[in-house]
Design a protein around this ligand. Structure first.
Ligand code: C2O
Ligand code: CU
Length: 483
């Protein structure tokens, strides 16, 4: 059912500040965690090829009867695509869904025509085959549909998966990297069910922030546990939810080391006891276990400035069951990766984005309008403001950015690396610095938007093109599937 939380009213936050956190659901941890398979690929003529088929299916989500779901090469979610920096990849995306969709490579630096945004429509029965050369650091990225007006629904039904990039710099570090053993992908999503055990897609749930569910799935498994066989485990956390932020913490308050954020490794690990990820954000953390113990990963959202549903609550996510004998694992290296700082004095252009209602800078998304024209090679500073206190974050396609400051203050160490999505608390103003390189087009745009999917769908999104110096963008190419 629908969780009525602190409320959407402007002053509900006052009560929320003193009220205890809502504890959502009771979880038994009686199912082994599903691990998405690694996507099969073949290499021909120097290109690594993957087949991804969007399809319908049913999944046992513990509702007594199988739940209709959507997935990629399966019933729910999709395989983990994995490739090396420097490799050319080609993805054959076949749409066997009953509707038009798209598949976007979130966090990827690539030509706009390959981005899988709202202009690269894949009609039912059709196959779309983007191809590009991967050129960015090792990172945990993901893929999901991006059909304007339907992104929330298509992701919620289950179309999403991880896209991992490897590189020699990361491979040289002594970190857990045995996929599915001590290196676990964790796609965390909340769902709501109707009385028939089907995913609740009713209109009311898509109002305001969108769906806030009372059941958490990890990789599509409700109430999961994972067996731990090593002293250290790397978790690749993805908030794949439509609207709810998760503030990850362990039930015993243990520390963990944050080693990577959206765009790759941090310069050095950051020791934390909790970490907030809003929808679309990723993090890699390394957690240590002792023989025989059981530990629960939970979310405790406790932002006193937040008033939306899901802003203040506690949910259990999954359990870790450590074996009586654990394989030894070294501490996380003290130095991880070079993260060259972008220099604000290099910025050629500054832009401002104010997020409020269903708009950015007062304008709702228009598929035929180019909002910003960027010159390739430029460094830019983008100032983003949460102007209405809603549940907003900000995502930019094509680039990874760095956070310069938050309300004028230096960002915390966990925001010291590459990011492509950043959370904005009520009234907060965040300055981002980014550099646009390599790819230009006068007719294919990239997107910037709130990653609270209902907001994105209802218009909190804009489009930018990256062009050669002096070039004038023309009319936009590609389809426009308007609702
Ligand atoms: Cu995760 Cu524009 O998307
Ligand atoms: Cu928003």
């Amino acid at each position: 059912g629908f969780v009525t939380a602190a409320g959407f009213g402007a002053w509900a936050g006052i009560a929320a500040m003193t009220a205890p956190l809502d504890t959502i659901g009771k979880v038994e941890f009686d199912r082994p965690l599903a691990i998405p398979p690694l996507a099969a690929s073949t290499v021909e003529d120097g290109t690594r090829r993957f087949d991804l088929t969007l399809q319908t299916g049913t999944t046992d989500l513990g509702r007594g009867t199988p739940t209709p779901t959507w997935g990629v090469n399966g019933d729910l979610l999709g395989p983990t695509v994995r490739a090396q920096r420097g490799e050319r990849v080609e993805l054959r995306v076949e749409n066997r869904l009953p509707e038009t969709s798209t598949l976007h490579w979130h966090g990827m630096h690539l030509p706009a025509e390959m981005d899988g945004g709202p202009h690269q429509l894949v009609e039912p029965g059709e196959t779309w085959t983007p191809s590009w050369t991967i050129d960015q650091p090792a990172a945990t990225l993901w893929y999901h549909p991006h059909l304007h007006g339907s992104t929330a629904e298509h992701v919620y039904r289950g179309v999403a998966g991880m896209f991992l990039i490897d590189d020699p710099e990361e491979a040289a570090l002594d970190l857990p990297r045995d996929y599915g053993v001590d290196d676990l992908p964790l796609i965390v999503q909340d769902k709501s069910f109707d009385d028939d055990g089907e995913l609740d897609l009713s209109t009311s749930l898509f109002e305001s922030a969108g769906i806030i569910g009372d059941t958490v799935l990890v990789n599509g498994t409700p109430g999961p546990y994972a067996d731990v066989t090593t002293e250290a485990v790397r978790l690749r956390l993805l908030n794949g939810a439509n609207a709810r932020p998760f503030t990850f913490t362990f039930d015993d308050g243990r520390t963990f080391d944050l080693i990577a954020t959206d765009g790759g490794l941090l310069p050095a690990p950051v020791r934390l006891t909790s970490l907030q990820l809003s929808p679309g954000e990723r993090a890699e953390v390394v957690v240590r276990f002792s023989p025989g113990e059981r530990v629960v990963l939970r979310s405790e959202n406790s932002d006193t400035r937040t008033t939306f549903a899901g802003g203040r609550d506690r949910l259990d996510i999954m359990q870790f069951r450590a074996a009586d004998q654990l394989d030894p694992a070294p501490a996380v290296p003290a130095k991880l990766a070079e993260v060259p700082r972008l220099d604000p004095s290099d910025a050629a252009t500054e832009r401002s984005f104010s997020l409020a209602g269903s708009t950015i800078n007062g304008r709702p998304m228009d598929m035929s309008r180019i909002d910003e024209v960027v010159t390739v090679g430029d460094t830019e500073i983008w100032t983003v403001t949460n102007a209405d206190g809603g549940s907003h974050n900000f995502h930019v396609h094509d680039v990874q950015f760095q956070v310069l400051d938050i309300d004028g203050r230096e960002p915390p160490p966990w925001l010291g690396g590459w990011k492509d999505t950043v959370w904005l608390r009520h009234g907060e103003r965040v300055r981002l610095i980014m550099r646009f390189t390599d790819y230009t087009s006068t007719e294919w745009p990239y997107m910037f938007h709130c990653h609270t999917l209902r907001h994105e769908d209802s218009g909190m999104m804009g489009q930018f093109v990256v062009v050669e110096p002096g070039e004038t963008p023309g009319p936009l190419a590609g389809g426009s599937h308007e609702h």
